[in-house]
Design a protein around this ligand. Structure first.
Ligand code: HEM
Length: 158
């Protein structure tokens, strides 16, 4: 048994893992609702800022101001999606670990966080980013965050 599976089995058998795994279905349903609220907030804010980056929404409002207002909804959504996602994961860690869609999701999720912190947040704070930076930001943010969502959706089918 690999050490990762050992750790996940210990997590599954832990008090929290058992409590969530055996909890009333309302706990699972509530986590799913917070997961949906979280990723809708995150994806909607990314779409909104990207429309401004492309000059398709609020072109007269400074990019810095639009992103200052909207970026907080990316992180609020991220917080709710990540905490509720972890709770859903805790209901059957070894099962999800064996699911290739879940592994693809967590890989994209990790890349999305690195991209968000190292590039996206910096570009949207620029007064007038160049075409290359705008398109890199728009295409990578859509690929990574919608990739996390699509692989999340695929988990139930794989
Ligand atoms: C913050 C970015 C995230 C986004 C945008 C996201 C998005 C999604 C989407 C769209 C679904 C499908 C919902 C459905 O079928 O009703 C989903 C399901 C799921 N996500 Fe996430 N998610 C995120 C983070 C996480 C994290 C960090 C974890 C775990 C550590 C996680 C674990 C799950 C699980 C376990 C499912 C349910 C799969 C199933 O049993 O069908 N998610 N996610």
């Amino acid at each position: 048994m690999s050490s990762t599976v050992e750790v996940l089995t210990a997590l599954q058998n832990s008090f929290l893992g058992q409590a969530i795994g055996q909890s009333n279905h309302l706990v699972g349903a509530t986590s799913q609702v917070f997961h949906i609220l979280g990723f809708v907030s995150l994806l909607a804010a990314v779409i909104f800022i990207n429309l401004r980056l492309l000059g398709l929404a609020l072109p007269n409002m400074p990019l810095k101001e639009v992103s200052r207002q909207a970026v907080k909804f990316i992180w609020i959504g991220f917080f709710f999606a990540s905490t509720s996602g972890f709770l859903m994961f805790l209901s059957a860690p070894t099962l999800y670990y064996a699911n290739p869609a879940f592994l693809a999701k967590i890989t994209l999720y990790t890349l999305a966080i690195v991209f968000q912190v190292l590039l996206y947040q910096r570009v949207v704070k620029l007064a007038n980013p160049g075409k290359f930076l705008v398109w890199t930001n728009v295409l990578l943010s859509f690929f990574l965050w919608f990739g996390v969502s699509l692989t999340g959706r695929a988990i139930g089918y794989v």
